[in-house]
Ligand binder design. Structure first.
Ligand code: SAM
Length: 234
């Protein structure tokens, strides 16, 4: 039996989903059963009548912290419903940066359990005790992990077999080979005094491929010297 790729999201705002994941490429694939979305309301694991999941930070300071016992109960329930090798990730600005390589790695597995933080974040002990990896979608602070989870899911889902219509284009796009993608052009041929580079109209596929490669390298060197360095070092 083959199981379909599944994102299991733990959140106090399940109504935020599928949100943008219900539209376009990911939405179509979701309705066609090419991936599935599980939602767990962390509040369902609260033990008081107010369904509270947070408490004041030990040591004082601003804000609230997600309780370890409640987050752990939600993680344990999600893990019980997923294959043992499923990655459990906590969306966090302190995490290792999410990359296209990580998206490829996750897309080739059974899916992911995604814990969305709120408030000041989660009690550290649950991350340690459940061996949960922190993952960041960028060097800025969001108000919750849900948008981060959506970004991660979208990046994985479009890599699943049969989801992106033209799978050839996945091999060409930014980061596929450690480079940013070359520029694109379409009709009209002349627009506001700007024309399409002649080589793209030549019909010479070898020259077009060479030109695209040069452009991709030039763009990467100037815009993302960090990527270029990494690529040059192999
Ligand atoms: N106090 C935390 C800090 O300074 O590192 C920030 C907490 S933030 C207001 C609330 C939640 O948003 C986090 O627990 C995390 O789940 C999510 N979040 C914020 N920025 C993120 C980012 N760059 N990547 C992934 N998740 C993020």
């Amino acid at each position: 039996m083959t199981t379909i790729w599944r994102a299991s999201v733990l959140t106090i705002f399940p109504d935020m989903f599928p949100g943008p994941l219900g539209m376009s490429l990911a939405g179509k694939a979701l309705s066609e059963g090419k991936w599935s979305l599980g939602l767990t309301d962390i509040r369902d694991f609260a033990t008081d009548k107010h369904r509270s999941v947070d408490d004041t930070p030990a040591g004082g300071g601003a804000g609230m912290v997600m309780r370890a016992d409640i987050a752990a109960a939600a993680v344990d329930a999600a893990r019980a419903a997923m294959p043992a090798e499923t990655a459990t990730l906590y969306l966090s600005p302190r995490g290792r940066p999410f990359t296209q390589a990580r998206a490829r790695d996750l897309a080739s597995g059974p899916g992911g359990i995604l814990l969305c933080g709120r408030f000041e974040g989660s009690d550290e002990r649950v991350l340690e005790a459940r061996d949960i990896e922190e993952i960041s979608i960028g060097d800025y602070v969001l108000s919750g992990g849900e948008l981060g989870a959506m970004v991660l899911i979208d990046a994985c889902v479009r890599l699943l077999p049969g989801v992106a219509g033209n799978e050839v284009s996945l091999g060409d796009e930014s980061f596929a080979e450690g480079l940013l993608e070359y520029p694109h052009f379409t009709r009209p041929r002349d627009w506001e005094g700007r024309s399409i580079p002649e080589v793209l109209l030549s019909g010479d596929h070898r020259k077009i491929a060479e030109w695209r490669r040069e452009q991709a390298e030039k763009l990467t060197k100037t815009r993302r010297p960090d990527l270029w360095d990494r690529k040059s070092k192999g």
